[in-house]
Each structure stands twice: as C-alpha cells, then as structure tokens.
Ligand binder design. Sequence first.
Ligand code: BG6
Length: 464
Amino acid sequence: MKNITIILFGATGDLSKRKIIPALYRFIAHKKLENFIIVGAAFEEVTAEQMINAAQPFVEKGDEAIWQTLRSNSFYKKINFTADADYKSLNNFVQECERKQGIAGNRLFYLATSASFFCPITHNSAQAGLLQRKEEKDPIWHRIVYEKPFGHDLKSAREINECIKNTINETQVYRIDHYLTKEVVSNIAMIRFTNCVLEPLWSNRYIDQVQIVLSESVGMEGRGAYYDAYGALRDVVQNHMLEMLALICMESPEKLTGDYIRAERVKVLEKVRFIDGILGQYNGYLSEKSVSENSRTDTYASLKLAVETPRWKGVPFYLKTGKKLDKKETVIHIKFKQVDCLLMRGCPTDSNWLTLQIAPEAIFSLTLNAKIVGSTDQVEPVKMEFCHSCVQGVQTPEAYEVLLEEVMRGEQSISVRFDEIEYAWKVIDDIESRQLPVYSYAQGSTGPQEEQQFDDKHGMRWRT
Ligand code: BG6
C-alpha cells in the first residue's frame, strides 16, 4: 500500500488514538505502508506531533523509530466540520502536504466523528474539491470511511445515505463495522460454504436454534454521553449482532467477495422480524458521568428474532448483549436438532453444537456425541476445537488493521451497503417502538433476573 493520503476527521478523538493511529503504527511495523501522509482534522488546537503522541499509550512496547516515521509524515489542521469555508483551506493544506511529501492522488477519508457530521463533512469536502467522485476504473481512488453508528434510526440513516449518494459513488463508500473484519466473523461464510459436513445441514431442517451473545464486563469507559443517546440496541445490536446474523443466514453468494456478499446479507436483513424481548439497565448506570438522571437507556438486551426466508422459517434466533456483565465474551452457538435415539440405553444427552467464539479467543468448536470409553452404550458429548492463537506462529491481526487494509485494497465486503444499513435500522426502530420493559440488574451478573422468565417462556437455555 503506497502513495496514500489519509485524511483523519476527528483526529483528536478517542477512536483515533485508541484504534486508528495504532493500526497505522502496526502497518509501518509490518512494512505494509509506504509513502503516505496523515492529515488530521478536528476542532481542537493541537500539533501533528501531539496527535500522534496521544496514541502512544495504546501500543504496547512501541518502537521509537516507528513513532518518528509516523510523526514526520503527519500534519494537522484545526477545522470546524460545519463551516464550509474551512474546507477550502483544508484542501489547500492537503495539496501542500502532498506536494511536500511527493504524494499524488489516492485519498482515504476516515470519519471518526459523530454521525451528525457525516453529511456536512462529505458535502463540504466535495464542494471544496478535496473529495472527488471517482469511477472504479480511475487509476486514482478517493474512498471514504464512516464509523458506526451510521445514524440514530432509519430516518437519519436515510438522510445521510441520500447526502452521500448526491456526492460520490457507492463504490467509494465504506460504512464500516469492525466486527466484519474479526477473524472468526470473516470465517463464518468460509466454514459454512467450504465444508461438505456443514453446508447441507445449514437450514431449518437440521438447525434447531441460533444464539448470538455479545457480553461485556466493561461499562461506559468515559462514553456516557454517547451511550445514553444510543443504548445497547443501537450501539451493538443494529450493527455487530445483526451483521453476524446476516452472515449466518445468507444464501450462497456468487463469489465470496465484495458486493456479492453484501447483496446476500441485504436479503437476510430485509427478512428479520422481532418476536419478543426484554431490556435491562445495570444498577449504578444513572450515576455514570454524562448520563441523564432519569435515563431509561438500555445497557442490556435479550431478543428473540425470526428470519422469514424459506431456509430459516421456524428457527428462533436469540440475541443477548449487555454492559457490566459477568464476562467479556462474543460467541455464536448453533444448535442442531436432536437425532432419533436408536439406542436401548444411554441416548445422547445433548444435540450437536457448533460454536464460533469471537472473543476473548478466536476459537471454533463442534460438539459431537461419542461412546464413553469402556462402557457399552453410554454416550457423552465430546468437543472438537480449533483455536487460532494455539496454532504456532499465527497472530490474529487487530480488527482495525484488517479494516484499513481492506479499504486501501478496495474490498467492500467489510463495508455495509446503504440498503443493508437501512434494513438493520428498520429492525431496531420496530423494537424501539414496542417500548419493552427495562429491568435493572446487578453489575457483574448475567443480566436481569427477569431473563429467566423470558427463557422459560420460550423454552430455551443459553449455552454456557
Ligand atoms: C463498539 C461499541 O462498536 O463495539 C462498544 O460502541 C463496544 O460499546 C464495542 O464495547 C465492542 O467491540 P469489541 O471489539 O471490543 O468486542
């Protein structure tokens, strides 16, 4: 990857220093990026050096020579995102920096800002000539990355999409979801479509239910103001969890790349229906910094969804997420149907489960039933497991590193298409309109006590 200008809007923010600049650091360390400049743009009055230094605590055992490379290729311009006049001077500034460093052409715009600035930044950058409409065949590319959340509901997402469409082509747009770049998530389609022992079973004929869990032990981490306006449904269900569901349910794409995958994910999201759910809020949430005193914002959600396609008709999809729970774990459990028991004694106690664990470790496992050693016909579940980090020499790259690399390569499967994002918001708008009860729960617990009644009502048990 070379000859690139990275224009980082929101360069002084949390995301830039925690994720984006460290990802660029690792690119340089792995010699993946040459001949580049970073132009930071934000409201604050800082220097380019300060912008880079702010990321240093987020890289373990950093190498000073790499930091120095980053510093000497970085520039910073203070701008007001909504002042169109500022974009003319930003454009001149970028051109001047490019000229100085001998970079001509490719531009990656990264909007690490609130969604309310997506339209003003896109529109004003285009008006000033900084961002240009480009066709896929053009030798020079201009690509723009929008961080999640993309809007606050269907209406706002549609407005941003409309603004983008009037300015640039969809092939230049990356509405990103960092979950799509996680090793196990990007492996979902591979595991399914490349294994004859799974693909024929992948439907309501053999799958009993699917559970998707995104459990977090952390709380607000200084993001109270943002979170209070969004809540769990908008923060992680609308994007990460529904995207995982779409990958599990999609039909086979013509090719396992770019728009082929997106086109299939869209068809799933269009058919997702809300069946039932409960919400929760952890005790102590109301005393978090920048959270309003009577807030009813959900920090926990447990949902039953359906996917109304012939393949998935009748299969329940259970989704559970929460902050300040007992553990950090992201996992997908796929439960297969029980076999007819032909044995006289010792019938299988459990069905087969395929588990895709995304965090804390990248692991996938399959539970089969096998005879207990020595006994005649007693059966027990045995687990076959593949753990990425256990394979010597294999290092799972960090999600943001993969993400930036895919954008620079022009691979759009990691980006959420305009209609995909709209269908996902439609699901959330529907859930929000139901005014579900919000139960309290203790920090460090598995969620509200009412979860038990919910599980009983649906005859389900969360796999642990
Ligand atoms: C982000 C949410 O998108 O995903 C956070 O805004 C959440 O609230 C995070 O903590 C979870 O991502 P990961 O990669 O830590 O599982």
